[in-house]
Design a protein around this ligand. Structure first.
Ligand code: NAD
Ligand code: UDP
Length: 300
């Protein structure tokens, strides 16, 4: 297939690109490298089946030819970005998503939206199933991302209803792995970098908040299965193994053999509304796609 990966210069997008090339697809990466890095694609410099186009998807799209699949992963994703570039996040989630949906319709391509567990907000239901409609603060510091992603899902579904666009939505839970930008503020990479440097690990608050961490290789297998499938509803993709942030810090210290200590620091202002717990119910992904993660946090 010929596949457009918007956001393909980022952490997840570059791994998705690798996976698609490995199985014989042709890939066009569209990215403005606002949070992604060209070095994520350096290893593909001599691969003929991939083309990298630097472009902001909120601007009118260049003529890129026809596609069988349009995958929209273009969006900053770290809470540090929510404070730094909230307007750009809202713009890419709305205008950017609309432009890519229109392109998919024009090509009769399947459109895959990278959504997020953040659509559930600070959940009152645990674990989170796709039928849960969420608990989101529409004006807090996280709202630029959460509401952009919720708007993105609404846009995708409206496009499908009005135009018959073939769409899919992946609700991605916390994912980690190689090529995360070391200083983007997300927890796994932050703790590993701190541990390797012998600096204190900065646990926000008492560290009792939970997350469920999925290795990027598992996530990309799920995304690939979803882009090959025809289901149009949202599908949770994540690893249901749940850890407190403090336990994660302890595991990182153990696995790196670091002498770092663990410091509790106040929850940063820009993280107000930090979800207290998060774990995906992945029964839909299991049933529909035959997918489940295989990499434990320690192995990852
Ligand atoms: P990332 O920041 O590494 O990748 C995002 C990519 O999108 C970057 O390469 C960035 O330059 C690009 N981008 C941003 N705005 C753009 C624009 N206007 N035009 C073109 N390109 C643009 O983040 P990631 O972790 O790889 O996330 C990829 C996608 O997955 C995002 O949509 C994110 O919301 C979603 N997601 C990720 C996670 C996770 O844990 N990694 C969890 C939930 C959802
Ligand atoms: N976190 C932390 N220390 C850090 C970075 C993050 O304790 O240096 C916490 C953060 O407050 C949150 C969890 O780790 O409770 C996950 O944060 P991340 O930014 O990775 O993802 P998200 O909040 O989007 O789930």
């Amino acid at each position: 297939m010929r596949i457009l990966v918007a956001g393909g210069g980022g952490f997840v997008g570059s791994h998705l690109t690798d996976r698609l090339l490995d199985r014989g697809d042709e890939v066009v990466v569209l990215d403005n490298f606002s949070t992604g890095r060209r070095s994520n694609l350096d290893h593909l410099a001599s691969t003929a089946q991939v083309e990298v186009v630097e472009h902001d998807v909120t601007e009118r799209l260049p003529d890129l030819g026809s596609f069988d699949v349009v995958a929209n992963l273009a969006s900053p994703a770290s809470p540090d970005d929510f404070a730094r570039i909230p307007l750009a996040i809202l713009e890419v989630g709305s205008t950017g998503t609309r432009r890519l949906l229109d392109l998919a319709l024009a090509c009769d391509a399947r459109f895959l939206q990278a959504s997020t567990s953040e659509v559930y907000g600070d959940p009152e239901v645990h674990p989170q199933h796709e039928d849960y409609v969420g608990h989101v603060d529409p004006i807090g510091p996280r709202s630029c991302y959460d509401e952009a992603k919720r708007f993105g899902e609404a846009l995708v579904m409206a496009h499908a209803r009005v135009h018959g666009t073939r769409v899919g939505i992946a609700r991605i839970f916390n994912t980690y792995g190689e090529r995360m930008a070391p200083a983007d503020g997300r927890v796994v990479n932050t703790f590993i970098v701190q541990a390797l440097r012998g600096e204190p690990l900065t646990v926000h608050g008492d560290g009792s908040q939970t997350r469920s961490f999925c290795h990027v290789s598992d996530l990309v297998a799920g995304l690939t299965a979803l882009l090959d499938h025809s289901t149009n509803g949202p599908v949770n993709l994540g690893n249901p193994d749940e850890f407190t942030v403090r336990t994660l810090a302890e595991i990182v210290i153990e696995m790196t053999g670091s002498t770092s200590r663990i410091d509790s620091i106040p929850m940063p202002e820009e993280r107000t509304g930090d979800p207290a717990q998060r774990r995906p119910d992945i029964s839909r992904a299991r049933d529909l796609l035959g997918w489940s993660p295989t990499v434990s946090v320690r192995d990852g």
